[in-house]
Design a protein around this ligand. Structure first.
Ligand code: CP
Length: 307
């Protein structure tokens, strides 16, 4: 059974194929409107979400399928003590594919080990968020026409930001990538990502606290929110939450062809005045995420012999 738990579960070639399918869906939506007729997606969200859950649901509806599920742990039998393993076995009796978000790192992997249908990790703790990465990669390819030979700045909470960990891992497989890691000292990229991804693949990177000074060299700026829900104390969060706020003034020295991405939700990191700037890509990124999730659902259902 094929699942998507980590972005490395997909080869570079498979990701390119998913992007080609997503592009075709954009061009020919009618050809896909019955593709999942009679199939059911279960969205098991043990943690809050707007984009990921609703884009999975929109994706399945646009493929002609159905959606069942829950949006908080309290409304599921997890609140009575049911395990993730048992939940996965039970949902396998009702649905054809699962998208799961969970606050515990590794929970979707446990679900995959116990389910008899494909499981997609829709975000696990501060660990991974592979379908956000599919959205990010597709946005970069649509904006830049390539995924190689880019200088990518990642700014904000690089410690707890699971989208950052998945994106660096994914981009590390393309030629000529260089990373500028912009964060407060306390929110630096975890050592395991540096060791297992950047150092292991000999990928050039710099760590800095300086956003403005880094901007002129960037092709991509990936802003992130400080992840309040992962902090152990509120005081630290309040001290660090506004470390970086991208304003029109701060963009003065950025390149004309810079692409600004953000996985959203945004809190304060990007001034709303930038939303109309042609370099702002974060709402397009949301839409591209839905198309990539459609392509992914099709792929996993086909490989499971359910289409
Ligand atoms: N980008 C993202 O994961 O957003 P949600 O938390 O709203 O799903």
């Amino acid at each position: 059974m094929r699942h998507l738990i980590d972005i490395l579960d997909l080869s570079v070639e498979e990701i390119a194929e998913l992007m080609d399918v997503a592009s075709d869906i954009i061009e020919n939506p009618g050809s896909y409107s019955e593709a999942c007729r009679g199939k059911k997606l279960a969205t098991l969200f043990f943690e809050p979400s707007t984009r990921t859950r609703l884009s999975f649901e929109a994706a399945m509806y646009e493929l002609g399928g159905h959606v069942i599920g829950f949006s908080e742990a309290q409304s599921s039998s997890a609140s009575k003590g049911e395990s993730v393993a048992d939940t996965a076995k039970v949902i396998s009796c009702y649905a054809d594919i699962i998208a799961m978000r969970h606050p515990k790192e590794g929970a979707p992997l446990v679900a995959a080990m116990n389910a008899s249908i494909p499981v997609i990790n829709a975000g696990d703790g501060g660990h991974n968020h592979p379908t956000q990465t599919l959205a990010d990669l597709f946005t970069i390819r649509r904006e830049k026409g390539r995924l190689d030979h880019l200088t990518v700045g990642l700014c904000g909470d690089l410690k707890f930001g699971r989208t950052v960990h998945s994106l660096i891992t994914a981009l590390s497989r393309y030629e000529g990538l260089r990373f500028v890691l912009i964060s407060p000292e306390e929110l630096k990229l975890p050592s395991y990502v540096k060791k297992e991804v950047l150092k292991a693949r000999d990928i050039p990177y710099v760590q800095t606290t300086d956003l403005e000074g880094s901007l002129p060299e960037l092709d991509i700026l990936y802003m992130t929110r400080v992840q309040r829900e992962r902090f152990f104390n509120e005081e630290d969060y309040l001290r660090l939450k506004d470390s970086y706020i991208l304003t029109k003034d701060r963009l003065r020295d950025a390149r004309e062809d810079l692409s600004i991405l953000h996985p959203l939700p945004r809190v304060n990191e990007i001034s709303v005045a930038i939303d109309d700037d042609p370099r702002a890509c974060y709402f397009k990124q949301v839409l591209y995420g839905k198309y990539m999730r459609m392509a992914l659902i099709l792929k996993l259902l086909k490989e499971a012999g359910r289409l």
